[in-house]
Write a protein that binds this ligand. Sequence first.
Ligand SMILES: [Zn+2]
Length: 156
Amino acid sequence: MAKHHNPNLVKINRSYTVEEAANIFPVHKNTVRSWIKNGLEICGNQKPWLILGSELKEFIQLKRKKNKQTCKPYEMYCFSCRAPKRPAGNMADYEPMNASRGCLIGICSTCDGIINKYFSLAKLVLIHGKLDVTLPKAQKHISKRDDLLLNSDLNK
Ligand SMILES: [Zn+2]
């Protein structure tokens, strides 16, 4: 699991070498190098690499956001609570956008706001038993038949 690094440890008006940046959190130097590979900006192309504090801070903040947004299949991200949430009553509606993809919509169990996410029809089996998913009427008889197909897909 990714650790949560505190972006507030970074001073935005100074620059850091890879070693100094690694010492802040602390992480291994190679971790900082992998951040640079993954888009952390450096000043110029010459070694030693210098990382602007403001860039480092922004990068860590983005990283944290990404980590937080990792939802379990039965969770949806609530923008009010800023956290993945299970829908209230474990109930969600599935609204198809096309034959294979759609949107899973529920109510946040904490703030009563609408939470939703894109979901493929084929993945509904993953949340079977976790969430009570309501399909639109037209979809219902199709999904019954698809259940068999979906299950055989999973067993491949
Ligand atoms: Zn919420």
